[in-house]
Design a protein around this ligand. Sequence first.
Ligand code: NAD
Length: 387
Amino acid sequence: MADTKSGAIRWGMVGGGRGSQIGSIHRSAALRDDVFRLVAGAFDIDPERGRAFAVDLGLDAERGYPDYLSMFAAEAKRPDGIQAVSIATPNNTHFAICKAALEHDLHVVCEKPLCFTVAEAEELKTLSEERGRIVGVTYGYAGHQMIEQARVMVRNGDLGEIRIVNLQFAHGFHSAPVEEQNPSTKWRVDPKFAGPSYVLGDIGTHPLHLSEVILPHLRITRLMCARQSFVRSRAPLEDNAVTLMEYDNGAIGTVWSSAVNAGSMHGQKLRIVGEKASIEWWDERPNQLSYEIQGEPVRILERGMDYLYPEARIDDRIGGGHPEGLFEAWANLYRRFAYAINGRRGLAPEGMEKLTFPGIDAGLEGVRWVENCVRSADAGAVWVDYR
Ligand code: NAD
């Protein structure tokens, strides 16, 4: 599996071209630990711009392809062809590109949302199993070390039985119709490109995924969602939504997804309340986890410290006190994707079994949640059984 020269997985990209919002973090994360080597790409909807960008990135001009299908076909014929591909294009293209990549026996790292419907996600899951290939989904915040700490704290019973799951991703950057000037926002508010939702799929699924990582034993049984388009031109897509969820253990949860929370920077926060204690995490201060035991002073747990659970220290790069951020979290995820890919060939180093990564099921669950939220909201914000 590994490339004989560098030991790295030969890797290509679809999308993420010059000026795109998310392309560069994929590259910096994948290349950070020498686990992937970028050798090919169909980086841009504009073939010429894509080829020029490939050359600027140091690729052979012939491996800067005009579109993903020619890339997959040409690379499959090369003895040194790509083994994995990342997809960083607008939402409406993910399903077709992911399917074609799997049909060419490539491992895939796909942007969220994985696709538009649960039926499509299940088709991709079946295909990935048939082909023996992994599909990673870039819920990048899951690479933060304090999320691992939270996961193990819940598993060890530090909070007691979970009662309340309070989630939000509510920023203010789209309080005005910025899409009129910004192409990366324009497609996000157009159902043709964005799919059945805007903020639910674009940002609400991030804290939802973190809650699934931290609380793998909880299942949503039913939910209710109301969504609004405060910037009217965005209708039928929402720029704000509130979701209420019931879980199978009796817990209750909320997700506030918003792009019109004026004045807020990122506003991605989780608070998980158990019968004995609560934890709280905020993505703008990702190196800290607040641990609040009823009747005791608040403790702020810090990334990289000896008192954390071992799982929260596996990805430590520089020791406690030095701030790590989103780029490190993504690099942690890409390293886990690489371990998982190599694991398919018996090449994964020991210890891999302790690591989790957002795979095809994470992608599927994100799509399922959006589908249920939209079903509830469009029926007048009614309770719907989760399916
Ligand atoms: P963008 O509009 O800024 O960039 C999209 C890029 O894809 C451009 O370079 C464009 O030329 C290229 N492209 C479009 N169609 C293509 C095609 N058919 N073939 C090849 N290239 C194509 O978009 P963005 O903000 O970077 O978002 C891309 C994806 O990443 C979206 O699905 C979005 O939801 C996701 N995203 C995820 C995160 C995260 O935290 N995981 C953050 C931002 C965006």
